[in-house]
Design a protein around this ligand. Structure first.
Ligand SMILES: *Cc1c(COP(=O)(O)O)cnc(C)c1O
Length: 371
């Protein structure tokens, strides 16, 4: 089976350096929020570039803490997309805030036209949690215009969009805050849980520092009811010493694989919209869309051919059982999101895919005979 991610091959490449990084942490004898975390925050801030990076426990925590830092609380409405990891919704509802789901465009990204209309019609709705899904960047210039015109409080979900940009603007630089995840499957994945908050605001960065560590402003002085969302030194060390130096190469490899798929896959049943115009995608995922009724058959075919296909995402956020008793709103019927959700299939696109595996994946797509 060709896996959707291949962490054993990654380890063959990174294992020796990772063990050396961990050895250094062990020698120093400091395990939580120390020099390695500060080093990671600094490297990521320079790489992005963005003035402040604050390491936290997960991507979900990065989203929740960011919303909270902006003043989102019980009853606050937050505009977001239903086609995303459930964590996006969780960050909102854990604060007691109310998600307003807006439909997606033909690429699967939240429809900014509809968002703009909503912000125009409902001046009491000012919070926005857009997601740069699949590693495609939303139109950043437009996002900035919307922020300024409607005075929006924006947290960008950049869990999938590390290094992605649109018309020369990096994702994560227009929202007051942005969230990154270091979950192993992400483009900048680690060897465990982790995440980071990005911001240009000095005061916001201070508040996030405080919130991630029990809300302490100094030892045993709690200004806020914060979280335990502290990043481990072991995770920070592997990210900054071993994975960040490989990130550009990993991203280029994903982009090359995506190009290869576009030029080689010939399947008249596929809808492959590619990346939206202006987006330089990092190809976190490679989605293809097949007719809804034929998806089960296509999934079976690919698995039979030994290709580890996946679905992002098999269910929309508001359809989840957990949301049936939680307040939320829909704008319209989210027909596009429902359609894309029911027809998406993700092909493997990880940086350790080999040439022969790419050939198998392409051939399996091209030889699918549908009824
Ligand atoms: C992975 C992911 C998250 C959550 O990150 P965790 O580190 O798993 O908590 C949030 N949003 C999106 C879009 C994601 O893909």
């Amino acid at each position: 089976m060709i896996p959707a991610n291949d962490f054993t091959r990654q380890w063959a490449d990174t294992g020796a350096e990772t063990l050396a990084a961990w050895e250094a942490v062990g020698q120093r004898g400091w395990f939580v929020l120390g020099e390695e975390v500060r080093g990671l925050e600094k490297s990521l801030a320079e790489l992005w570039p963005i003035p402040h990076v604050v390491g936290v426990g997960s991507g979900l925590d990065a989203l929740e803490i960011s919303l909270r830092a902006l003043g989102c609380r019980e009853g606050t409405h937050v505009v977001t997309t239903p086609l995303t990891a459930f964590a996006t919704t969780l960050a909102i509802v854990k604060l007691g805030a109310i998600p307003i789901y807006v439909d997606v465009d033909d690429y699967g990204l939240i429809d900014l036209d509809q968002c703009e209309q909503l912000f125009h019609d409902r001046p009491e709705v000012r919070f926005f949690l857009p997601v740069h899904l699949y590693g495609h960047a939303l139109d950043m210039a437009r996002l900035r215009q919307m922020r300024d015109r409607f005075n929006l409080q924006i947290v960008e979900d950049c869990a999938q969009s590390v290094l992605a940009e649109h018309s020369g603007i990096r994702t994560g630089t227009v929202g007051q805050l942005a969230a990154v995840s270091f979950y192993p499957t992400k483009n900048l994945g680690g060897t465990g849980e982790g995440g980071a908050v990005l911001t240009s605001g000095t005061h916001l960065a201070e508040l996030v520092h405080c919130l991630r560590d029990y809300g302490q402003i100094s030892k045993y002085q709690h200004a806020h009811t914060g979280y335990n969302s502290r990043l481990d030194e072991l995770h920070a060390a592997v990210l900054s010493r071993v994975h960040i130096p490989r990130l550009a190469k990993w991203t280029q490899r994903r982009q090359k694989i995506a190009c290869h798929y576009f030029s080689q896959i010939k399947q008249d049943q596929f809808y492959m919209p590619g990346a939206p115009g202006g987006s330089i995608s990092n190809w976190h995922l490679f989605p293809v869309f097949v007719p809804v009724a034929k998806r089960p058959e296509f999934l079976n075919h690919m698995r039979h051919c030994g290709v580890g296909v996946a679905q992002h995402y098999p269910m929309l956020a508001f359809e989840q059982p957990a949301m049936q008793s939680v307040p939320h709103e829909l704008v319209g019927d989210c027909a596009n999101a429902r359609r894309l959700c029911a027809s998406e299939v993700s092909l493997p696109v990880h940086p350790y895919l080999q040439k022969e595996e790419l050939e198998i994946i392409v051939r399996s797509c091209n030889t699918w005979k549908h009824n």
